[in-house]
Ligand binder design. Structure first.
Ligand SMILES: [Zn+2]
Length: 672
């Protein structure tokens, strides 16, 4: 029997894939790759065609076999699939570590660079440069003891970070609050009340049981009229996994944070960097720590005065000084009074079929591609549809699976992922295929799914990532589409697309009242647009606080003293924040982005990419949002080029100059 994950068909055979296929397919491919790489090295392969091309093809094959398995684990989860997936993760990690530390392979790539470097094209040179960089970052050239130590540090780091996550998860789950007096939950939205009612019933308790999951926490902080309830929730939330709060000391991440910072610093030192911040920047668009800090402080200089004004205004509106647990609540009230726009009231104007058709029209007008449903393609769930992307002359350019509705066994959130990467190399060719996933509420009977404007933005955002993957013209998989794009630039195409969903020219294309067919009325549209800049200063300084804290913590680490976690946070707050949190606040102890996720010394990436995307969109504001020449330039300089060239060079080619902060400030209403 052939394993459906190992066929060469252009699209995954979803109907035939079972959990039992996953691990055997992966093992077979990893073994085959290992044998093939060893054979190449034994044969002395050290040219672009003889070494790099075969390796690119191997990794394309591995990625396209693994992608459906990992995707199904995320969107059609089952016990069997999860077990298969988890069994494969260590195999993949071991394979990549082994490859990264393979000295013979690294030396062979080095010979490609030395002998053919000058003759290689831009995208080929980039592939070789990236490979050599990644060998260095994996500690390939270290002496045996240091290499071994590097491996131990990375393995321990993985365990410590996983433990950090578990502590946050356990601490979050450990807290709940029973409410028996209905007056105590006054103000909470109906869906939050309903969830709490069901949770109480499930636990065999009276009344309502409020848990500490993010939606409930947000609902309480934004809507609960009871100040004591808000304070209680705030304290439970900001003391999770720490030495304070309702479960003080039980899952304290304090010692792990110190260990994680020490391990990162040591790993960075071992491979030749002064600290982990420099190590992090080795694969990013920002050049050095000074540039990142200066960037964040420049944003702070402009946004802090605005944040101070907004905060004063909020306190005046509330009629009293505000504590940390009051801000969300009074902001929500002020927003309602000031803007008279609610997400719920907008829903009937954004039926999903209309939004999708409008989005496809926007993409067609910008880049000339047509997006056409293809019902003949087999998907993995009846809700999932497949679309072809066709060029102006109807040549296929790629395609995507669109999976938009929430359902059980599907991971929350929204994302774009690669199903098949584009490749065109010596006998192997494939067009790019994407997965676009959201979690909108499903249609109810005849009535289509109705989106909030926030959800419309989400769809545009993910579609921006999708276009980056689908419209690439790069033929070498490791730098095609989103591959090889620096972390701090990868959100450029996605945030860029969001801008369209705020525009006068676009909102009528994506809105049509579900009953009357009327486009979003002008006054609602204006109020919606005004809401974009509501409390922009306060939102910005909050992000800057996170970004500066993260970056300074890694850049200023010194092995001869304990890490200055609380001190650094206090200094950053002094510099940029408008609100002083209470003494018991232990927010770093649950800051997963930085202590256990991929954003260590990289949280600034959010703002960095926002500057790029706002500035890029500025070109469209100057020439017209559908200006063909501007769109063509964005397509050829950014979208089609993927990671095949330096991100700054690509931006400069599009914009004619380096990125500027002013367009983002204008967009946020923060310009002087
Ligand atoms: Zn994104």
């Amino acid at each position: 029997m052939t394993n459906p994950l190992l066929t060469d068909q252009p699209l995954p055979a979803f109907g035939a894939i079972e959990a039992a296929h996953v691990e055997p397919a992966l093992r077979e491919l990893l073994d085959a790759n290992r044998a093939e790489i060893a054979a190449l090295l034994d044969a002395g392969a050290d040219g672009w065609e003889t070494l790099v091309v075969p390796i690119e093809r191997m990794h394309h094959r591995l990625a396209r076999a693994w992608s459906p398995a990992s995707h199904l684990n995320g969107v059609m989860n089952s016990e069997a699939l999860r077990a298969a997936y988890n069994a494969c993760l260590p195999l993949l990690t071991a394979y990549h570590t082994e490859l990264g530390q393979n000295e013979r392979l690294c030396a062979a790539y080095q010979r490609v660079a030395d002998r053919e470097g000058a003759a290689l094209g831009t995208e080929q040179r980039k592939v070789v440069e990236n490979a050599l960089r990644d060998f260095r970052l994996a500690g390939v050239s270290l002496l045996p003891e240091r290499k071994q130590r590097f491996g131990e540090v990375m393995a321990r780091l993985a365990t410590a970070q996983a433990k950090f996550d578990e502590n946050v998860l356990d601490a979050t789950h450990a807290y709940s609050r029973q409410v028996t007096d209905e007056r105590e939950i006054e103000g909470l939205p109906a869906n939050a009340v309903q969830r709490a009612r069901e949770a109480a019933a499930a636990a065999g308790k009276d009344g309502w049981l409020l848990s500490l999951d993010a939606p409930t926490y947000q609902a309480v902080l934004s809507h609960a009229v009871s100040e004591p309830l808000r304070r209680e929730f705030y304290e439970a939330w900001v003391t999770r996994a720490s030495d304070r709060g309702p479960n003080a000391g039980q899952w304290d991440n304090g010692p792990l944070m110190a260990e994680i910072l020490a391990l990162r610093h040591e790993a960075a030192n071992l491979v030749g960097f002064a600290n982990f911040a420099e190590y992090s920047l080795a694969t990013k668009m920002a050049r050095d720590p000074a540039e990142v800090i200066e960037f964040l402080l420049e944003l702070a200089r402009v946004s802090k005065p605005a944040a101070e004004r907004e905060f004063t205004e909020l306190e005046r509106f509330a009629g009293r000084p505000l504590a940390s647990w009051d801000v969300g609540f009074f902001s929500e009230r002020l927003r309602k009074e000031r803007l008279q726009v609610s997400e719920e009231a907008l829903r009937p104007y954004f039926p999903l079929p209309r939004v999708l058709a409008g989005l496809f029209t926007v993409v067609h007008r910008l880049y000339g591609v047509r997006i056409v449903a293809n019902p003949s393609v087999e998907t993995y769930h009846p809700d999932v549809r497949f679309f072809d992307v066709l060029d102006r002359d109807d040549t296929p350019r790629g395609g995507f699976f669109l999976d938009l509705y929430a359902r059980p066994k599907k991971r929350g959130g929204a994302w774009m992922d690669e199903c098949v990467g584009r490749i065109r190399l010596a006998g192997t060719s494939a067009l790019p295929i994407a997965y676009l996933v959201c979690n909108f509420s499903p249609p109810a009977g005849e009535r289509p799914s109705l989106l909030t404007h926030y959800e419309v933005l989400t769809l545009f955002h993910e579609f921006g990532h999708g276009l980056h993957h689908l419209l690439t013209r790069v033929n070498v998989p490791s730098v095609a589409g989103i591959n090889g794009v620096p972390w701090d630039a990868v959100e450029l195409p996605s945030q860029f697309m969001e801008n369209f969903a705020w525009r006068d020219e676009v909102l009528p294309l994506v809105s049509s009242h579900v009953e009357t067919g009327e486009a979003l009325p002008h006054d609602m549209l204006a109020r919606l647009q005004a809401s974009r800049t509501f409390q922009a200063g306060m939102q910005t300084v909050r992000q800057l606080e996170f970004a500066l804290f993260d970056f300074r913590l890694h850049a200023e680490y010194r092995p001869d003293r304990p890490p200055r976690i609380a001190e650094t946070l206090a200094e950053v707050r002094e510099a940029v924040s408008v609100l002083r949190p209470p003494e018991f606040n232990r927010f770093p102890h649950s800051f997963q982005h930085v202590f256990s996720g991929g954003y260590a010394a990289g949280y600034y990436s959010y703002k960095w990419a926002e500057v790029l995307s706002a500035d890029a969109f500025g070109a469209f504001e100057e020439h017209g949002v559908f200006d063909p020449a501007t769109a063509q330039r964005f397509l050829s300089a950014i979208l089609e080029r993927g990671g095949s060239r330096d991100a700054m060079d690509a931006f400069v080619e599009f914009r004619g100059r380096k990125p500027e902060i002013a367009p983002l400030l204008r967009q946020m209403g923060l310009a002087a």
